[in-house]
Design a protein around this ligand. Structure first.
Ligand code: FES
Length: 299
């Protein structure tokens, strides 16, 4: 299955503008996937390798769910693929699974999800709930017209129906058209200032997935409070096997700059040791080429 077997799209749902959820047949990945892991998708034979954290999987049905935001040429073209079409190959599951700890009843695990950060958050939050942990999900969107997977929707709604008070969900939107106006950092900052608690529960750890700037803001916010914070990094990747260096993450350990690789050391990395000043510019590395490529494809 590593790269060569074609993986058929069995379902496709347009979640919001430019964001598409695919259900893909990938039985081997579905059988061994763990929360927090990702796959490397080759959409067509001479295409680009796209890393995507798993949004869900079903071992019995042999399917995995992937949510793709059309941004570059590859993801825009992938989102045009139809049910019955096949990706040229999906390799995985890759990366380390989320570290799961059982916390005390008066503690909560806080997730901050920004936009398409929500699908990769979903299975990790579910794994914490299954373990008996309390979860506080701060789910942020740019605007009400980009909402998906809210409590009215089957995903977060199913978790809420199953786990009730074990799950608190707080919504934010940048423009105030849904939930609290502002960024995911708003409610988080209130919790930290209130003594690192949410509704009387002590914050055990924060897990953040979303745009790099958002993850940085979350890590910067929690650092002075000493609250453990993990970022799941959607780095630029090529081989996804630790060889090419494309996904390099500069981290500071004991005052020394060390290179980690999101593909094999991550995707989850301690957000407080990441050297964000050096790391963030890497996301813009291919901006000019990406723009040219989009134009060449009329996208
Ligand atoms: Fe090549 Fe991680 S993607 S080293």
């Amino acid at each position: 299955e590593l790269g060569q077997v074609k993986q058929t799209i069995v379902d496709k749902v347009e979640l919001a503008g430019g964001i598409v959820e695919f259900k893909v047949r990938a039985p081997m990945v579905a059988r061994s996937a763990l929360a927090g892991q990702f796959v490397r998708v080759l959409a067509w034979d001479d295409g680009e390798l796209i890393p995507l954290t798993l949004a869900d999987w079903d071992a019995e049905a042999g399917t995995i769910d992937l949510v793709i935001q059309g941004m570059g040429t590859s993801t825009l073209l992938m989102n045009k693929m139809a049910i019955g079409d096949a990706f040229a190959g999906i390799a995985g599951p890759l990366g380390k699974a989320s570290e799961l700890h059982k916390y005390a009843d008066d503690e909560t695990v806080v997730f901050t999800a920004g936009g398409v950060g929500l699908p990769p958050v979903y299975p990790i939050a579910r794994a914490h709930l299954e373990l008996g942990n309390h979860v506080t999900l701060i789910s942020g969107f740019r605007s009400a017209n980009l909402l998906f997977w809210t409590e009215a929707d089957e995903r977060v709604g199913l978790l809420k129906a199953k786990y009730g008070d074990q799950l608190d969900v707080i919504y934010t939107s940048n423009d105030g058209t849904f939930g609290i106006k502002g960024f995911v950092t708003g409610p988080l900052e209130e919790m930290l200032k209130a003594g690192k608690v949410s509704k009387g529960r002590k914050i055990a750890e924060v897990i953040t997935i979303g745009p790099p700037m958002m993850m940085r803001a979350v890590c910067d916010l929690t650092k002075p409070y000493g609250v453990k914070t993990v970022a799941s990094l959607n780095s630029i990747m090529v081989d996804a096997t630790g060889m090419c260096g494309a996904c390099m993450v500069p981290v500071m350990i004991d005052g020394k700059l060390v290179r980690k690789h999101a593909c094999i050391d991550g995707p989850e990395i301690d957000g407080h040791i990441i050297d964000w000043d050096k790391f963030l510019p890497r996301f813009g590395t291919f901006k000019v080429q990406e723009q040219r490529s989009r134009e060449a494809h009329g996208l």
